[in-house]
Design a protein around this ligand. Structure first.
Ligand SMILES: Nc1nc2c(c(=O)[nH]1)N[C@H]1C(S)=C(S)[C@@H](COP(=O)(O)OP(=O)(O)OC[C@H]3O[C@@H](n4cnc5c(=O)[nH]c(N)nc54)[C@H](O)[C@@H]3O)O[C@H]1N2
Ligand SMILES: Nc1nc2c(c(=O)[nH]1)N[C@H]1C(S)=C(S)[C@@H](COP(=O)(O)OP(=O)(O)OC[C@H]3O[C@@H](n4cnc5c(=O)[nH]c(N)nc54)[C@H](O)[C@@H]3O)O[C@H]1N2
Ligand code: SF4
Ligand SMILES: [Mo]
Length: 890
């Protein structure tokens, strides 16, 4: 398991998604960070996606929280730690352990997570520690535990390459797990007989590799997979010896599933009887099937039922834990899985043990030598913030998550933490919608500076290693937590000197009195010291004492972690809870875009990543747009009774009629009013407590903009007084999309408020009053300070070209007037919206190459370079080629 490192090049792991790609990171002699894919890492074998490839652009210190702050003033660590410990201790002394809480994150490293959980459950004595994984993986965890008796992902990434059929349901793999998508795409190219089915209400970019796309109605999955179980029975596809030996519950489950006829399933899913039958036949006739699922499954009030409906089909056919077969929950965050291992959820203990189990509590307490162990589950995220809101929780510590933007009922969450008597936030960024409310801000070390481990979707534990020094007073999260624990009087149990020592303890606990009773066992690492920790190679669990590293799968021959060692096939109820009505007739679906990560605290630092989709939007089917009087590029208001947001309308036939899609990413830091979670009610799954973030009844209406605008600016504007705005970084400065409401300032006043027109700045302007067009450009010598284009209709100026003007020299009147003209000069091509972030290739360039006869993704790669680095844009390139073909055929 040991291998020497190349000098100066550090082997580490990507801090974004749960694929867990290995990276090679270094700082070149000029001080520039360089990040590449690690060719030897078994998750990616050198591949990267656009986000991983742009990591070096996101590690700058602008916006970093560099020192502890108390009530807005800079403080030393001693003062900050003493205060946090004192306020938590006082609150506990006065109101009991359940009056305090931690809200943590799948973006913590395992070692950070382990000590946070140990402090809360074993020393404070409450289980009020929950994590943003509640919004992400909780339904998968609950489904696994119900079916397998443990939270165990049976398969491996290799299964995705070995399968003959991959069913992707509720997963936009092309954008959210791009390297897994690339691995499947390559496997399919090598073995064209491999089939891919995509089940998603939207025709996402993932459809590019799908042989069949089933545009399922919101929450139709339970009915779909129940129908599949009945079909498999009818066509005699069950593996009766597996079912007999290793499962219980098939008969009842089948009886329940059979109550639904194909017609009713068609009704519940919105799919035709023919396409249902085609999918069922394909599944029935293919032995090697992997069903991959993600947030379209988990984030639902039926999330756990969906997970069990999927697992039922795999158990009944014995297609589990064998090469190329199994249900496969892909994790979102880099360490979602590690958090589950340490028991970071409020209803778990540590090392996959159960809080309700007295034997487990006793074991953990003896191992920790702790005064208490929480003896009942704590509050899950939604309930936790409610308890903050009504004053039951009086001291809250948030680490590595931004709940003011990512929790449902986000305005209530903000209100709750604003009024919380004592709020501590550990973050790497100084100003987020959450950090701004903290009494105490604690500066955490960021990716590149941190040392520890993460576990990816295939149970592979990899090292994150530092290659940069932590700036200012920033410290690793584990250190911060341990120092607070020491100040609270628990020094003996938190005296770790390194992440390696914490990891060794975590490994030892996983093996402690285990003897095969618990799936999670990494006892082989229990004696890891600093040297072997530093050399640790990525490995999959389990890795019990004495084991040698190998590829591991679970359950091919049973061995479940239930009392009788059998899996549970479980009846599921397909009744959707979603109700649209006349006032809120459209289903809002939320999720991710290719080049942004969650609340954009890191990806928004990269100009490259900010160009792909530079403002918040609602994807609307053209028929709905007609129905609601919305035109392309209008601003639309999306509303519930609770709140409303303003976003750009993108008309798209990829959207199912009656639904809109809005990304989760835009916050108050980057847009006027686009926090989509202010619309989402806190409706949760009854087993998992996971909120239904994908299905919200809403209304949409056109926002009557008095003026539309676009601006480029060298400096970030201090205030923007427009009803709609969205800021994004570009090379050389910022780009700003705008819409002014009737009654907002007039054009000139608005332009003046936007630019810092210090003395010496020359302003050119152009006005066509009749047409309602106004343009302003401010120059400082030869350099553009900013340009603003206002019009009565959506501004048609080339964004890409306008951004470039910030970098160009503008000599003479002619050069400056070209900016005011708002378009490239003669002979200069407008590249159009960025498609390939790596090489900055735009849609217009690709379309031009296609018109010149370049009809393949490879051809575009050869001509323009696009798609040849990380490959994340290959599906979009293919779409442009196909659209061109269609147009040519019309
Ligand atoms: N670029 C990027 N990648 C990321 C992230 C990111 O922020 N940006 N975040 C990471 C994290 S933490 C996570 S959890 C993952 C999430 O990864 P995914 O789950 O793949 O991403 P989402 O966009 O949230 O949702 C997936 C799809 O579910 C579909 N869906 C909605 N409702 C239903 C339904 O009822 N049934 C079915 N079958 N489908 C439905 C949506 O239309 C959407 O296309 O991504 C990870 N990777
Ligand atoms: N409507 C809707 N809502 C959703 C979702 C959805 O699909 N739709 N998805 C949900 C899902 S799956 C998820 S995972 C969540 C994600 O939501 P969040 O976790 O709230 O989003 P992030 O932007 O990843 O927040 C991470 C924070 O941690 C900080 N940070 C980064 N690294 C470190 C570190 O090393 N230490 C510390 N202390 N801080 C650090 C970042 O600056 C940032 O402020 O959103 C959920 N909310
Ligand atoms: S797929 Fe992309 S975001 Fe995910 S781990 Fe790999 S490089 Fe990072
Ligand atoms: Mo997630």
């Amino acid at each position: 398991m040991e291998e020497p490192q190349e000098p100066c090049v550090v082997r580490t792991t990507c801090p974004y998604c749960g694929v867990g790609c290995g990276l090679l990171a270094e700082v070149d002699p000029g001080g520039q960070a360089i990040v590449r894919g690690d060719p030897d890492h078994p998750a990616n074998f050198g591949r990267l996606c656009s986000k991983g490839a742009a990591l070096a652009e996101t590690i700058g210190l602008d916006g970093r929280l560099l020192h502890p702050e108390i009530d807005g003033r800079e403080a030393g660590w001693d003062e900050a730690l003493d205060l946090v410990a004192a306020r938590f201790s006082e609150t506990i002394a006065e109101h009991g352990p359940d009056s305090v809480a931690f809200y943590v994150s799948g973006q913590l490293l395992t070692e950070d997570y382990y000590v946070a959980n140990k402090l809360m459950k074993g020393f404070i004595g409450s289980a009020n520690i929950d994590t943003n994984s509640r919004l992400c993986m909780a339904s998968a965890v609950a489904g696994h535990r119900r079916a397998f008796g443990s939270d165990t992902v049976p398969g491996t990434y290799r299964d995705l390459e070995l399968a003959d059929l991959i069913v992707l349901t509720g997963s936009n793999l092309a954008w959210c797990h791009p390297v897994l998508y690339q691995r499947i795409a390559e496997a399919k190219e090598a073995r064209p007989q491999m089939r891919v089915v995509l089940i998603d209400p939207r025709r996402t970019m993932t459809a590019d590799i799908a042989d069949m796309h089933l545009p399922i109605r919101a929450d139709g999955d339970v009915a779909l997979f129940s129908g599949l179980l009945a079909f498999l029975a009818e066509h005699d596809r069950f593996d009766s010896s597996y079912v007999e030996a290793h499962t219980t519950g098939l008969d009842e489950t089948l009886t329940a599933a059979r109550t639904l006829g194909l017609e009713a399933i068609a009704e519940g899913t919105g799919l035709s009887v023919e396409s249902l039958a085609a999918f069922y036949r394909l599944f029935a006739d293919t032995q090697k099937v992997v069903t991959v699922y993600s947030q379209g499954v988990n984030q639902s009030s039926l999330g756990t039922a969906k997970v069990n409906a999927i697992i039922n089909c795999h158990l009944a056919t014995g297609r589990i834990g064998k090469p190329g077969m199994g249900p496969f929950s892909v994790t979102g965050q880099p360490n979602a899985m590690g958090g589950r291992e340490v028991g970071g959820l409020a209803n778990a203990l540590a090392a996959h043990m159960e809080i309700e189990n007295p034997g487990h509590r006793d074991l953990v307490q003896r191992f920790w030598r702790s005064p208490v162990v929480a003896d009942r589950p704590g509050l899950k995220a939604v309930d936790m913030f409610r308890a903050v809101g009504d004053g039951r929780i009086k001291a809250l510590w948030i680490m590595a998550t931004n709940p003011v933007d990512s929790m449902p009922e986000a305005d209530l969450v903000e209100e709750a933490i604003r009024n919380c008597p004592f709020l501590v936030v550990s973050d790497v960024v100084r100003e987020t919608d959450t950090v701004r409310h903290a009494c105490v801000k604690l500066p955490a070390a960021a990716w590149g500076e941190k040392d520890g481990t993460t576990t990816n979707s295939e149970r592979r534990i990899s090292r994150q290693r530092p290659f940069l020094t932590a700036p200012g007073a920033a410290r690793p999260d584990w250190w911060i937590i341990c120092e607070v624990a020491k100040c609270m009087g628990f020094a003996h149990a938190f005296a770790y000197r390194s992440a390696a020592e914490i990891f060794a303890e975590h490994a030892a606990l996983s093996a402690f009195e285990n003897d095969g009773a618990r799936a999670f066992d990494i006892g082989a690492l229990a004696r890891v010291d600093q040297q072997s920790f530093d050399r640790m190679q990525p490995f999959q669990w389990p890795q019990p004492k004495g084991g040698t590293p190998s590829e591991t799968r679970f359950f091919s021959t049973g061995g479940f972690y239930t009392s009788d060692r059998k899996a549970r096939i479980l009846p599921v109820c397909p009744k959707p809870t979603l109700r649209t009505d006349a006032a809120y007739p459209v289903v809002l679906n939320t999720g991710r875009v290719r080049d942004h990560w969650h609340t954009m605290t890191r990806t928004a630092k990269s100009p490259r990543l900010s160009q792909h989709l530079a403002e918040p939007f609602a994807e609307i089917h053209p028929a709905d747009a007609r129905r609601f009087g919305v035109a392309e590029a209008d601003i639309v208001r999306v509303s519930t009774a609770r709140s409303s947001i303003l976003v750009r309308a993108l008309l798209s036939a990829r959207q199912l009629p009656g639904t809109v899609f809005v990304p989760m990413h835009w916050t108050d830091q980057f847009a006027a009013r686009a926090r989509v979670d202010t619309l989402v009610p806190a409706l949760t799954d009854r087993h998992s407590g996971q909120p239904a973030s994908k299905h919200v009844p809403v209304s949409i209406e056109r926002f009557a903009a008095a003026k539309f605008g676009f601006a480029v600016l060298r400096e970030r504007p201090r205030t923007i007084t427009a009803a709609y705005w969205a800021l994004a970084r570009c090379e050389g400065g910022w780009r700003l999309e705008l819409a002014l409401a009737e009654g907002d300032r007039d054009s000139l006043a608005f332009a003046t408020s936007l630019f810092d027109t210090a003395s010496g700045v020359e302003t050119l302007s152009y006005h066509d009053v009749a047409a309602g067009r106004h343009r302003f450009a401010c120059f400082d010598g030869d350099r553009l300070v900013g340009a603003l284009f206002l019009a009565s209709e959506p501004v048609a100026v080339s964004r890409d070209w306008a951004c470039e003007q910030l970098l160009s020299e503008h000599t003479g009147q002619r050069g400056r007037m070209a900016v005011i003209a708002g378009r490239p000069g003669f002979g200069v091509v407008d590249r159009g919206a960025t498609v390939c972030s790596c090489f900055g290739v735009g849609a217009n360039q690709i379309a031009a190459a296609v018109s010149e006869g370049c009809m393949s993704v490879e051809g575009i790669g050869e001509t323009l370079g696009a798609g040849t680095n990380c490959g994340s844009c290959r599906a979009e390139i293919r779409t442009i080629i196909n659209e061109h073909r269609l147009q040519a055929a019309e």
